[in-house]
Ligand binder design. Structure first.
Ligand code: ADP
Ligand code: MG
Length: 269
């Protein structure tokens, strides 16, 4: 039976952090794969011009005929863009370097912050029956990232377990707060996930302790360990869950998906 309290359509999550190399793409791919393993239908929307999520899921550059550039800037129909991964219920909307000019091209458009929002609400979305849409953001608080956070119900923030990790987070939180007052009043923080952690390393442990002290329940209990299998998987064009299903990285992303699906106790309850 369908849940009458569940909003119609997918839950849309922006995977964002303006720092590069913190695990956004890795988290989008592997959390998406883990949700798909749990039977959810998932779309990963790659809006980083580097196209790492597209490559990591096996969409060869020559196969990217129409991309998220067309989705955002040319009202392209979803069916022209979305590619099904071998996993079946995991789909990807790929990107190419075309997207690097998107910020400039969007500026003059009066709906510039809502282009992805509107694209992801086209009627064709219903036919796919997506449960989750994960938007893999570029490493900047650019107009593309703003588009993702306006389109999204929530923001998932990967935080690399290293020195300076918390720096820059206040800027991201400020942007989220501003968007709540303007373009997206119901935007939530899905959570902060610690990535590339090494609990034997004092610094990594210190970052985790600081994050939990400052951010409390916003930090997922699940911590993603640094695991070489995770970094190898993209060169085999698959999620680590398929590349090495029993690796610590795969297990951690499965645990993260389970944790995300847990019912949340509302703050203040
Ligand atoms: P971002 O999208 O934020 O720029 P990536 O997801 O591309 O970051 O990760 C940056 C690099 O770190 C990549 O080479 C990736 O393979 C590697 N990496 C990410 N997570 C892990 C992990 N848990 N263990 C080992 N390497 C990782
Ligand atoms: Mg990335």
């Amino acid at each position: 039976m369908s849940d009458p309290t569940r909003p119609k359509g997918p839950k849309i999550i922006a995977v964002a952090n303006q720092k590069g190399g913190v695990g956004k793409t890795t988290t989008a791919i592997n959390l998406g794969a883990a949700l798909a393993e749990l039977g959810k239908t998932v779309l990963i929307v790659d809006i980083d011009p580097q196209g790492n999520a597209s490559t990591g899921l096996g969409v060869a550059p020559e196969a990217r005929v129409r991309t998220t550039y067309d989705l955002i800037l040319d009202d392209a129909p979803l069916a022209d863009i979305v590619v099904k991964s071998p996993k079946g219920n995991l789909y990807i909307a790929p990107s190419t370097t075309d997207l690097s000019s998107a910020d400039i091209e969007m500026v003059a458009n009066e709906k510039r912050s809502f282009l992805l929002h509107d694209a992801l609400r086209q009627p064709a979305m219903d036919a796919y029956g997506f449960d989750f849409v994960l938007i893999d953001c570029p490493p900047a608080l650019s107009l593309l990232t703003i588009n993702a956070m306006v389109a999204a119900h929530s923001v998932l923030v990967p935080l690399q377990s290293e020195f300076f990790a918390l720096e820059g987070l206040s800027q991201l939180m400020l942007t989220i707060r501003e968007l709540r007052q303007t373009a997206n009043s119901s935007l939530r923080i899905e959570g902060v996930v610690l990535t590339m952690a090494d609990r034997r390393n004092n610094l990594s442990q210190a970052v985790e302790n600081d994050a939990r002290a400052y951010l409390g329940d916003l930090v997922f209990r699940t911590v993603i360990p640094r695991n070489v299998r995770v970094s190898e998987a993209p060169s085999y064009a698959m999620p680590v869950l398929d590349y090495d299903p029993n690796s610590r990285g795969a297990e951690a992303y499965r645990a993260l998906a389970q944790e995300m699906l847990e019912p949340k106790v509302p703050v203040g309850a």
